[in-house]
Design a protein around this ligand. Structure first.
Ligand SMILES: [Zn+2]
Length: 75
């Protein structure tokens, strides 16, 4: 893969670039210009977010009907 610095990628209006250096997790991969993270890390992060959202949703809807607030206990 051709080595392109972030500055070059920016100048060429590329969405991705490749430094030839491993990311902080050790992936040799292209990086996104937007965040500077490699595409493997990016994918991992997106998958993690999806999984987390699913967990939160199943927690929130467990035992209740979606959109219906649980009744307050009488004091
Ligand atoms: Zn990475």
């Amino acid at each position: 893969m051709k080595i392109v610095t972030r500055q070059e990628a920016k100048a060429l209006k590329l969405k991705r670039y490749y430094t030839g250096e491993p990311c902080h997790r050790g992936h040799y991969d292209e990086r996104t210009l937007a965040s500077g993270e490699c595409i493997t890390c990016h994918r991992i992060r997106i998958q993690g977010m999806r999984r987390k959202r699913k967990e939160v949703m199943s927690f929130l809807t467990a035992g209740t009907t979606l959109g219906v607030m649980p009744k307050k206990e009488a004091a």
